[in-house]
Design a protein around this ligand. Structure first.
Ligand code: VGL
Ligand code: ZN
Length: 208
């Protein structure tokens, strides 16, 4: 597959310490995506990083809901929300990018989840399904039409970002070897992606 042209963008989602082994919300094998992503970055002319960026009292944190545990589902004003251990707290080491991630080629670093009341899995639209992050406008204004999504985690921020990219009229792919899931045994997001027309591609196929 020919990529790396002017209208292709690599979106690296939430490759932060807290989502890697040893972090507060560790994704199994999360750090294994750093090497393929660093390789891919030199192939793309446009690279965007996203950064999960929560205030210490963010409403997605289980500790904000007395009696509730991490990973439980609760009802919020905007619908169902999973509760998480506190993670990616603004200004803490856990919110930093993985130390081996090459940040030099990123033209934009987009932070999300910084409003206390609303979580944001997707890099495009917050979990209230209405608040835009500005990423769609950025991509359109810069003529970036083909979105290749990698990073963490496949079943949350990577998946919802790719689904929204499609819904908002972009072509979208997920880079299979450059992402990992919080729950690797659950194929629900993979099915949703396939049904929405988000294809899976390998970094080898992109670099060939
Ligand atoms: C994420 C859960 C909570 C992610 C972020 O980056 O996939 N998952 N916050
Ligand atoms: Zn988060």
């Amino acid at each position: 597959m020919r990529t790396g042209g002017e209208d292709d963008v690599l979106v690296v989602v939430d490759l932060q310490r807290d989502f890697c082994p040893g972090g507060a919300l560790a994704v199994p094998g999360g750090d294994a995506v750093v090497a393929p992503i660093n390789r891919l970055m030199s192939h793309f002319r446009h690279v965007i990083l996203t950064q999960d960026w929560h205030p210490a009292d963010h409403s997605s944190f289980a500790a904000e809901h007395p009696g509730r545990q991490p990973f439980e589902l609760i009802r919020m004003s905007y619908g169902e929300q999973r509760l998480w251990p506190a993670h990616c707290v603004i200004g803490t080491p856990g919110a930093e990018f993985h130390p081996q991630l090459d940040q030099t080629r990123a033209e934009l670093i987009l932070r999300k989840g910084f409003r206390r009341e609303v979580d944001s899995y997707s890099a495009f639209v917050e979990n209230d399904h209405s608040t835009q992050t500005g990423l769609a406008g950025y991509l359109r204004e810069r003529g970036l039409r083909r979105v290749f999504v990698a990073g963490l985690a496949l079943d949350y921020c990577v998946g919802f970002s790719a689904l929204d990219a499609r819904r908002l009229g972009f072509e979208a792919w997920v880079i299979a070897d450059a992402t990992r899931a919080v729950d690797p045994g659950d194929s629900h997001m993979k099915q949703r992606l396939a049904a929405a027309g988000v294809a899976s591609v390998t970094s080898d196929a992109l670099l060939a």
